[in-house]
Write a protein that binds this ligand. Structure first.
Ligand SMILES: Cc1cc2nc3c(=O)[nH]c(=O)nc-3n(C[C@H](O)[C@H](O)[C@H](O)COP(=O)(O)OP(=O)(O)OC[C@H]3O[C@@H](n4cnc5c(N)ncnc54)[C@H](O)[C@@H]3O)c2cc1C
Length: 373
């Protein structure tokens, strides 16, 4: 049975990432009065993921964040250039196609922008607090068990929004399965220098073992990432600086930089990049947004945008529920599934375009594995 939703209903959002905070900001705009974000860390922590497309302007405007975003001086990005499927460089140039620019963002600052706006809007955030489990009470509300260090507390919710990122913790506890595609492991090097000189493009290049990504970041910094399968990273010990550097130096996009910089300091970090979709991203008085609902290959550079789009749509659904113009949130799930199908087409198209090493461990496996967990 559905719990009736009004603008006074208690809405609990699990996760204070881009998706969670965007959803809370939209709900606040729609005059929902009782919003709580539960975040297990601090929402302003460091995160990977820095390329965003020109389309983001529209969403930042909707969240009233665009002018403050511009003040943060993120690095402009004019599109991408890549060696993908051929040793001739191809361009996807947003500035000459649309006149619009994207950005390579300072992700920590970007997260701070959302967090500060939430504080300004007096949205309640329980920081360093972890959602553990939930059950329904006799009024059909969720009783959420939250832990902060050794303290435990129960919080009542009329509606729960799972914005817990790729863990999808709440949705999984509702018994929903995930359709999982082959995940990538990313080894990223962070430089206090410009690796790609004055280029305002994202640089991408494939090799037998996976693909490389390079971008200049704000404040004269830059990032190089290598995306591959976990087993290849392990076999080749690419988490070790020397091995990483040796492979990076073979890439055309970085060769000039490494030729001119024999010794260079950088920090290496490893990230897991999931690719999955929940079988069902909504249920009775709950829904999942952002990476909790579906997680895309970083090749798309769509994760941040998707987290905001799904957050806005979720808030709109709650508004419609409160006005009784819809009876459930099934339409939300439909949108998540349709967008995931579009993403799969994009992913398949790009990975199949690279045929030069089609029998290698990476390229022969990347599109194969599919599992339900
Ligand atoms: C290697 C890599 C590179 C990427 N590059 C890009 C890129 O260039 N461009 C792009 O757009 N996207 C990129 N992405 C994707 C992008 O970072 C994500 O899609 C985006 O961060 C999703 O936002 P979210 O709010 O849904 O999830 P998250 O940012 O993961 O936020 C989830 C939040 O939930 C909290 N949480 C989790 N469990 C609990 C719990 N039990 N209780 C309370 N809180 C909890 C977490 O602490 C976290 O703060 C990249 C991802 C990876 C892995």
């Amino acid at each position: 049975m559905l719990q009736k939703i009004t603008q006074n209903s208690k809405i609990v959002i699990i996760g204070g990432g881009t998706a969670g905070i965007s959803c809370a900001l939209m709900l606040k705009k729609f005059h929902f009065k009782n919003i709580l974000i539960v975040e297990k860390n601090k929402p302003t922590k460091f995160m990977i993921g820095e390329s965003i497309s020109p389309v983001m302007k529209t969403y930042l405007l909707r969240l009233d964040l665009y002018s403050d975003f511009l003040k943060q001086n993120h690095e402009k990005c004019f599109g991408s250039c890549s060696y993908w499927g051929s040793d001739r460089m191809g361009y996807n140039d947003t500035i000459s196609h649309t006149g619009a620019v994207g950005w390579h963002i300072d992700r920590k600052k970007f997260n701070e922008l959302f967090y500060e706006k939430a504080i300004k809007e007096e949205i309640e955030i329980l920081e360093n607090s972890t959602f553990i489990s939930s059950k329904k009470n006799f009024k059909n509300q969720f009783e959420l068990k939250i832990s902060k260090k050794s303290e435990k507390q129960l919080i009542l919710a009329d509606f729960v929004i799972d914005a817990s990122g790729a863990s999808s913790i709440f949705s999984k506890q509702q018994g929903v399965l995930k359709k999982i595609y082959k995940p990538l492991v990313c080894i990223s090097a962070f430089f206090e220098k410009r690796v790609l000189f004055e280029s305002k493009f994202t640089h991408i290049e494939t090799c037998e073992k996976g693909w490389w990504y390079g971008a200049n970041l704000p404040n004269e910094k830059s990032i190089i990432g290598f995306y591959s399968l976990g087993e290849i990273i392990q076999q080749e010990e690419l988490h070790l600086k020397n091995n990483f550097l040796k492979l990076a130096k073979e890439m055309s996009i970085f060769s000039k930089f490494f030729a001119e910089n024999e010794k260079i300091n950088f920090e290496l970090k490893t990230f897991y990049a999931a690719s999955f979709c929940l079988e069902k991203a909504s249920g009775e008085n709950w829904l999942a947004i952002g990476d909790a609902a579906s997680s895309y290959d970083p090749l798309t550079s769509l994760g941040i945008e998707k987290s905001i789009v799904t957050a806005i749509f979720a808030a709109e659904m709650l508004l419609e529920l409160s006005k009784n113009t819809i009876q459930d949130v099934m339409g939300f799930d439909k949108m998540i599934q349709q967008e995931f199908q579009k993403y799969l087409k994009f992913r398949n198209y790009y990975y199949q375009k690279e045929q030069r090493w089609k029998d290698s461990l990476f390229w022969s496996n990347i599109l194969l594995v599919k599992n339900f967990v």
